[in-house]
Design a protein around this ligand. Sequence first.
Ligand code: SF4
Length: 423
Amino acid sequence: MSLSNAPPPNLEPWQSHAPALGVYVHIPFCVLKCAYCDFNSYAGLSELHAPYVAALISELQLQTERADRPIVDTVYVGGGTPTVLPPDAVGSILTALHECCRVAADAEITLEANPGTVSRQTLHALRGHGVNRLSLGVQSFDDAELRLLGRIHSAAQAREAVSAARAAGFTNLNLDLIYGLPYQSVAGWLTSLEGALRLEPDHLSLYCLTLEEGTPLYEEVSRGSVPASDPDLAAEMYERARDLLARHGFVHYELSNWARHATTSRYNSRLSLEPGCRSCRHNLKYWTGQPYLGIGAGAHSYLNSVRWRNVSQPAAYIDAISHSGSARCDEELITTEGRMAEAMFLGLRLVAGVRWSELYARLGCDLRRKYVLELAELDSEGLLTVDAESARLTPRGQLLANQVFVRFLSSCERSGRPGADRE
Ligand code: SF4
């Protein structure tokens, strides 16, 4: 992809920031490392929790002081496991955010939680600190699968966490589930999914297991002590989930994400994406090229065509913030060519696809003309539906989405040039 690693001196992404920003806050701590996890997360390190929170607040103050209290309309506290921190620590981060930024009155404020680290009291306190959307990493309702994944909680604890979240006043609740596991059958997967549906979540994120090199599960599969999952079975699980969730009134709005339609929900919350659909407003920023600021170890930011990343290790992050006020280790200016390719392969993750008029307004370029060859090929292969208004993945294209995305990446590589241009 034609991204430059050599930004000009004095790169100043805050110069003309967009009116509303998403803020991502990374909490890299977990109780134990799960067997499949290659996220930027670390077990233990409890001695770093307090200095890390102090560093987060410093970074937030330093990052935003040049921007005259930017408007923020979504906040996402992710990890790791944010709920390993005491609720008051999360509260202090959110208080700092309100001091440094103009947080919209109806801002979506999401927090990821592990069912093994929450109680009715902690969830009540988090709700009191302003968290209004909870994302629970349930992953499965089968205890044997949870053990295989190295999760610290049981299915019963996940059900208790949902009940505690509702009792604490959370009216916007997501559950994460994983499919395509070793030993998992289609029937077993549907049993887990039906278990989730009985809890009436407002949103579901369904991810196919990816075996990441270096993880304990990858090693076990490589050694042959655990069978590899069958990709055809995983595809069938996805299709069956898509059908089941449609029958239960969920809107499939992104490849891995479904939101309950308001008319089928018992709970009220701010609606987004389309009338009645409770899509995650923060994640929509990633898929639609909107600006976001990432705070914390390994967090990514994207603002005015500049993308940067912080150092990953929590101790190195704390040191960098305390010594220089910045933990940036990598930044790049995204070329116009790169932005166009990203607009296609990120936008096509949305089930509604990309709208040519919206892309023209954002990028000043007719992407239907630019990608005329790729679009015609993908249309003829039955992977995309292309018309005068938009392009979107077909149901088959949703199963083979990576084959679609790579066409835009390779087109970008063919026509990209070294260096970077900035609009
Ligand atoms: S809880 Fe999440 S971030 Fe932590 S180790 Fe498990 S999968 Fe990774």
